[in-house]
Design a protein around this ligand. Structure first.
Ligand code: HEM
Length: 173
């Protein structure tokens, strides 16, 4: 079980206290987070999901790059600026970190850097969003295959969509 029942109707994460949401002084980001209802509890859930994600990460990353083959120009961009082998490693680390349950200044700086890198290589928003949707579907499959409790599954999907939404807001800004 991902969650344990502390009282009859209070669900508590197995390892609560692992997550942290540190916003700093950016009031606009604070509003963005508020408007998608992302809370520390979502980060706790992400952290609880991390082992399941890590177990399936190699397959997820493989599928991610296979999907890019639908648009050969993306492979050209990758080969001009990096390599699939290198980016597979980068993405593996990045997705694992997305489930670390921590949002802090380092988190925001990294998203700024990713945005900058993607602009520099000329990655169009529509392809980034296609890749992101593929990522979301893979994560939903992992949740579906790893958990059995219906409420836990829905709660996990809700948290993951919030985390991915914030990432898109920051990277596409
Ligand atoms: C770099 C994530 C989509 C091409 C990166 C980096 C990350 C990342 C974490 C490293 C940034 C750094 O230096 O710190 C993602 C995520 C994506 C996504 C999460 C969507 C879910 C794409 C797509 C392409 C792409 C669709 C296709 C062209 C690249 C390239 C670099 C890069 C070529 C390296 C550029 C360089 O080193 O100069 N990406 N990416 N990315 N990404 Fe993406």
């Amino acid at each position: 079980m991902l969650f344990k029942n502390k009282a009859k109707d209070t669900r508590k994460l197995v390892q609560s206290g692992n997550a942290s949401l540190v916003l700093g002084t950016d009031l606009e980001v604070e509003k963005q987070i508020k408007m998608i209802h992302l809370t520390e509890e979502d980060l706790e859930i992400a952290k609880a999901l991390q082992p399941f994600v890590e177990k399936n990460l190699a397959v997820l990353v493989e599928r991610f790059y296979q999907n890019l083959e639908n648009q050969p120009s993306l492979l050209h961009i990758i080969n001009d600026h990096s390599s699939i082998t290198r980016l597979k490693q980068t993405l593996t680390v990045h997705i694992s970190e997305m489930f670390a349950g921590v949002i802090n200044s380092h988190y925001f700086e990294k998203r700024k850097r990713i945005a900058h890198v993607h602009v520099k290589i000329g990655l169009q928003t529509k392809w980034y969003m296609c890749a992101f949707q593929d990522l979301l579907l893979s994560l939903i499959t992992i949740i579906e295959e790893s958990l059995t409790d219906r409420e836990e599954i829905f709660q996990s999907v809700r948290s993951v969509t919030k985390i991915l939404n914030l990432e898109q807001q920051l990277v596409l800004e």
